[in-house]
Write a protein that binds this ligand. Structure first.
Ligand SMILES: [Zn+2]
Length: 463
């Protein structure tokens, strides 16, 4: 988890980047607010947030509300699928606590990821919920700017925003939020049209996060309105009817490892890279990011001039550091977190790079933000350059490779761990993109999981 605790430290990190906080800082300047930024923190998708982390993060916000208030309005940039050791609905619990502090009349506007699992509690406690409309999320800044405009109007007394949410018996759907094709295109088009109606302030579509086993996981539509609750509910219901009808419409086929390697062989040599994206070991979906399954297949197939990013394995990094640059090592890589699911792979390679693993995102997604994969080593196995790093990381930006001296555009094959975000920056350079289910934790086959808390019956588990 990365955390910044004071406004003075937070502002320079986010200003000028494609982030929600950049939009909030810009809004504060534009609208002449005296803004108090309580805390900024982020973490890659994982298991439940520990009680200690929850206490630390939530108290930073709630204490600031007590200590520095009263406030005329509250802006929050949340993901929307937080699950903690004590709360299945982390954002709902947080928003309820904020609402209790500020009272019923202070507007609380929240920008959300479109993979939010929006609950009834969130819609009840927040004044307005505003979600990204793109996946890959390239409209992060714009989304937060939408939230800030409604907060401004509410603080000026022009509107009194409230929010409704609709869902159906589905834990998955809307093409997992992909906004280039499939049902999201029509849903976003309608949300923009409905958003122009009198009294309707915003309509947002959420694909949900199906790997969170909570009662209200799954796609939702939220409508933020000004004294138009009945119309807002009708819009949300109509939008969810379309989402339900289109629930099985998935536009991106997943290949198994054998199919992917056969396609790589069939494509042969070319002047631009083939991108292999391991959907199932994507840390953005909560996976471990340490599966060597796809790498093992690439080595066995003798893939030439390739790069593989990344395998999170601090022990392997340490072994490479000990060997030093130009040292040769034989070691097990990956598969440390759950060897039964994704066993380690024993490889022999030459260490060709060692670094502290920091980079600045260059692509359209979160551009300008700093990232870190922790202590990092580059291991050359045959003609595959493998990035071994210390932190779990979704590979969504070429800076992950370039910061290590690897230009993905010069490679014949680039393998990475991401379901869809990588497309924002890698699609323009790709000869072909292959999405692979390499049997990692974040399986697209939800039937593999033993759900205990999600409401039943629900599609696609029962219906
Ligand atoms: Zn998302």
């Amino acid at each position: 988890m990365h955390t910044l605790r004071s406004g003075k430290a937070i502002e320079p990190v986010f200003r000028g980047t494609n982030s929600e906080l950049a939009a909030y800082f810009d809004a504060s300047e534009k609208y002449g607010w005296d803004m108090n930024c309580a805390i900024a923190a982020n973490a890659t998708s994982s298991g439940r947030i520990t009680q200690e982390a929850w206490d630390f993060l939530s108290s930073a916000l709630l204490t600031a509300l007590d200590r520095d208030g009263p406030f005329d309005g509250v802006l929050l940039a949340l993901h929307g699928a937080m699950v903690t050791e004590s709360f299945d609905d982390g954002e709902g619990a947080l928003l309820a606590a904020v609402r209790e502090k500020v009272g019923p009349d202070v507007p609380v506007c929240v920008s959300l990821d479109l993979h939010a699992n929006v609950t009834d509690q969130m819609a009840e406690s927040g004044s307005g919920l505003f979600s990204f409309r793109t996946y890959p999320h390239i409209d992060i800044y714009e989304t937060a700017a939408r939230a800030a405009v409604v907060l401004r109007d509410a603080m000026d007394g022009k509107i009194r925003p409230r929010c409704v949410v609709a869902r159906r018996a589905m834990v998955d759907g809307v093409n997992r939020g992909r906004s280039q094709d499939g049902p999201m295109v029509e849903l976003v088009r309608r949300s923009l049209a409905f958003g122009k109606e009198a009294g309707i302030l915003d309509v947002s579509v959420n694909a949900g996060f199906p790997w969170a086993d909570i009662e209200m996981a799954g796609p939702t539509v939220t409508v933020t309105h000004d004294d138009a609750a009945d119309r807002a509910r009708a819009i949300a219901a109509e939008m969810m009817d379309l989402a339900w009808d289109e629930r099985a419409n998935v536009t991106v086929p997943l290949l198994d490892i054998e199919q992917a390697m056969a396609r790589v062989a069939a494509l042969g040599a070319g002047d631009r890279p083939i991108i292999l994206a391991d959907f199932s070991d994507n840390p953005g979906g909560g996976a471990y990011g340490d599966s060597p399954n796809l790498l093992g297949a690439m080595i066995a197939a003798g893939v030439k001039n390739a790069a593989f990013g990344c395998i999170a394995d601090p022990e392997a990094v340490t072994m490479c550091q000990r060997a030093g640059v130009r040292g040769t090592v034989t070691l097990p890589i990956g598969g440390k977190v759950d060897p039964a699911l994704t066993p380690p792979l024993v490889v022999t390679g030459e260490v060709v790079g060692i670094s502290e693993g920091s980079f600045t995102l260059q692509g359209p997604l979160s551009s300008g933000l700093r990232g870190s994969m922790g202590s990092t080593a580059i291991l050359r196995i045959g003609s595959i350059d493998v990035i071994l790093c210390s932190f779990r990381l979704q590979t969504m930006d070429p800076a992950v490779f370039r910061s290590q001296g690897i230009d993905p555009e010069d490679k014949a094959v680039v393998a990475l761990k991401s379901a869809h975000h990588f497309r924002a920056a890698f699609e323009p350079m790709a000869r072909e993109i292959l999405i692979v289910d390499a049997h990692g934790l974040a399986s697209p086959d939800l039937g593999k999981f033993e759900y205990k808390k999600v409401r039943r019956p629900v599609w696609p588990l029962d219906l």
